[in-house]
Design a protein around this ligand. Sequence first.
Ligand code: COA
Length: 476
Amino acid sequence: MSWKEIYQSKLVTAQEAIRAIHDNDKVVTGFACGEPFGIERALIDNYKNYRNVEIINMLTLGGSPWCKPEMKGHFKLNCLFASQSNRKEISDGTCEFTTSHFYEIPDVIKNYICPRVSIVMVSPPDEHGYVSFGTTVDYTRGTTDYCEVVIAQVNKYMPRTFGNSIKHVRDFTYFVEIDEPLPEVKSVDITDTEMEIGRYCAQLIKDGDCLQLGIGSIPNAVCEQLWDKKDLGLHSELVGDGVVDLLEAGIINNKKKQTNNGRTVLGAALGSEKLNKYIDNNPSVELHPIDYVNNPIEIAKNDNMVSINSCLQVDLLGQVVSDTVGLNQFSAVGGQVDFVRGATMSNGGRSIIAMPSTAKKGLISRIVPLITEGSAVTTPRNDVNYVVTEYGIAQLKGRTLKERAKSLISIAHPKFRPHLVLEYRKRFNEDPFTNEERKEYFGEVKQQLNDVKEHIKDDVLSMLPIEKNSKGEQNG
Ligand code: COA
């Protein structure tokens, strides 16, 4: 049979395709921009026909309809990266969460979760009968190698990408043609704080470096600061729109890479139509499975690898919390540790954890004496190299405990430094700073308090330590 005949013989409606899913099945679905919503909708519409089906998905950019109360007993979501649409449900137990480094997720899904069915989204077949996984190769493509039933939503909006991102039509069970625009992650405006963080990160990036950039405003702010660099490379699990202009301008040209020379390597594209248009039919961009892209050994094969990731909290020891807030799962480790370790092992490599110094509209310091009870450490202190906030850069590798704590206090928001200094004293029985340095920090605190609005001043004041001298009087 020609590939066209094979394709036609497998072409069904979504309703027909989902009959291949049975009660008690485990069904893995495609990631982020490649989530096959067209077929998922058919499952949701017919939920009463299914009992005890587990849906495995890493990160959804849509809602998580599987978590609605009426789905109980029919579908349950097991996700590997929490998002807005399922954080509450993970906390209350309606949704399951599985934690794993991203490079291990293909193995975790295949050999530990063991789904029987895979549902993915692909581009229409090319003239040779190959469909492309487009934006979404990561763990998604691999599931189609071993699942007993493989259903693909064929969507003309899915770009055709190069790398290890194609598969022949004979390797699928069913095709369902549903054209619909892919979910998008649009760039949001970069704040002044993020721009300042971007500037400090850019100081740590040299011509010829190979970059991993996470997604979100901070990586986009870093991209804004790279226009005076040259010959940069890109080897990243995900990228957003921020890299497109740099690629088009040749600032990122991948010329100095030791592996995949001349080509950008990604596990997934997580941007808008701008990024999808750039990667479509573009031989200079390769998408590969995440057990290759995020494997620290593969990452380290490129010299001068620089990883840039964000976090929620860092304690004075340098422990990084990126995916939990107390007992609540906020996101996931993703590839943070994969790239921190890969960059560390790379010849000339560096890893950067970049974050605003505060959260919750400035009311909480992200640099804290102790991590919040219940939170999990994402990147252990022994792995951490540079920490960057809008107040500067703290380099922790090879530093003593006291030096780490002191440099982290120096990049905390000034209004929280007095509290951190007190905690430093408690831990180390000495002052971190000289008298001169202390005056400077307390001076900045007073200035900050003058700047904040009256109604939040009390909140800020209540968080500041009130120091008393030996006579019990309050110090200035
Ligand atoms: N305590 C309480 N709340 C906190 C907090 C803290 N220490 N730190 C941040 N928050 C709040 C913020 O205020 C914000 O809430 P708000 O919008 O109500 O103000 C919310 O948590 C999100 O914080 P923000 O810094 O805006 O998050 P982000 O969208 O920039 O994402 C991470 C940052 C760390 C969650 C994200 O980068 C991540 O998940 N990283 C781990 C995975 C990873 O690094 N993968 C590799 C690259 S893709």
